[in-house]
Design a protein around this ligand. Structure first.
Ligand code: AP5
Length: 235
C-alpha cells in the first residue's frame, strides 16, 4: 500500500495550547487540523442531533462517548484533504480511543502517528483558561488581559467565554484529563512520542515541533521520514 501522510497527535490538558499549536502547524505544514472539541462545539451551535446529545456533557467538562467521537474522527480522517496527513487536537482522550485510532490507521494508508504531549502545571492552565475568550464567528481564541479589546480583530465580533471555561467545568476537565492521561502516554511512549514544555512561548513550542518533524519551510512531505521513537524536548 502506498503510504500517505502522518497523523500528528497533540496531547495535553485543557489550556495547554493544543488548539494554538494545531492552527500554527496547520499553516506551516499545509495540512488540516482537526479539533474534536471544536467539531462538537460546532454541532452544539447548529443545534444538530449530535449537538443536542453532547451539549450538557461539554458544558460540564465531561467527555462524550468514545463510540460517538470515534465515528466523527474516522469520517473526518477519510476526507480527501487529510490524505497528506493532518493534525489531531483533542483525540485520542481515552485508552479506548487510542486503540481505536491505532486500528483505524493500521487499516489505512496513513503512516504511524507522531505524538506531541504538551505538559504543563495546572496553575498556569487555570490562569490561561480563565482569561481565554473565543470569537463566536471564526472560533479563534484570545487571551483577554487588563485593557485588551473584547472584539475579534478579524471580524469585530464580541468575544465570548467558552461555556466550559467556567471554574467548575475547568476543574472537572482537569480531573478527567488526569484520570485518562497516564494510560494514553503509556500507549504511545515508545513510538513517536515527544514530550514538550507547554509553559514556554508559543513560537518556541512551534519551532520545537517543526524541528522534531524535520519539516523544512512548510512542506508536509519533509516530515515523512522516520523519527526516533521517543524524545524529551524540554530545553
Ligand atoms: P477541547 O476543545 O479539546 O478542550 P480541551 O482539551 O479542554 O482544550 P482547550 O481547547 O481548552 O485548550 P487547548 O489545549 O486547545 O489550549 P488553547 O490553544 O486554546 O474539548 C472540549 C470538550 O469537548 C471536552 O471537554 C469534551 O467534553 C469534548 N471532547 C473533545 N474531544 C473529545 C474526545 N476525544 N473524547 C470525548 N470528548 C471529547 O490555549 C488556551 C489559552 O492559552 C488560549 O487563550 C491561548 O491563547 C493561550 N496559550 C496557548 N499557548 C500558550 C503559551 N505557550 N503561552 C501562553 N499562552 C498560551
Amino acid at each position: 500500500m502506498q503510504r500517505q501522510g502522518h497523523i500528528i497527535i497533540l496531547l495535553g490538558p485543557p489550556g495547554a495550547g493544543k488548539g494554538t499549536q494545531a492552527d500554527r502547524l496547520s499553516s506551516s505544514l499545509g495540512i488540516p487540523s482537526i479539533s474534536t472539541g471544536e467539531m462538537l462545539r460546532q454541532e452544539c451551535r447548529s443545534n444538530s442531533a449530535i449537538g443536542l446529545q453532547v451539549k450538557s456533557l461539554l458544558d460540564a467538562g465531561q467527555l462524550v462517548k468514545d463510540e460517538l467521537i470515534q465515528e466523527v474522527v474516522a469520517l473526518r480522517l477519510m476526507q480527501p484533504d487529510c490524505a497528506q496527513g493532518c493534525i489531531v487536537d483533542g483525540f485520542p482522550r481515552t485508552a479506548a480511543q487510542a486503540r481505536f485510532l491505532d486500528k483505524f490507521l493500521a487499516g489505512s494508508a496513513f503512516c504511524p502517528p507522531i505524538v506531541f504531549d504538551l505538559a504543563i502545571e495546572p496553575e498556569i492552565l487555570i490562569h490561561r483558561l480563565s482569561s481565554r475568550r473565543q470569537c463566536p464567528t471564526c472560533a479563534r481564541t484570545f487571551q483577554v488581559v487588563n485593557g485588551a479589546s473584547n472584539r475579534c480583530p478579524h471580524d469585530e465580533a464580541e468575544l465570548v467565554v467558552r461555556s466550559d471555561d467556567q471554574p467548575a467545568a475547568i476543574r472537572r476537565r482537569l480531573e478527567v484529563y488526569a484520570e485518562n492521561t497516564s494510560e494514553i502516554v503509556r500507549f504511545y511512549q515508545n513510538r513517536g512520542y515527544h514530550k514538550l514544555d507547554a509553559s514556554q512561548p508559543v513560537e518556541l513550542i512551534s519551532q520545537k515541533v517543526l524541528r522534531a518533524l524535520g519539516a523544512a519551510a512548510g512542506s508536509p512531505g519533509d516530515f515523512a521520514r522516520p523519527l526516533a521513537a521517543t524524545h524529551q524536548l524540554y530545553a
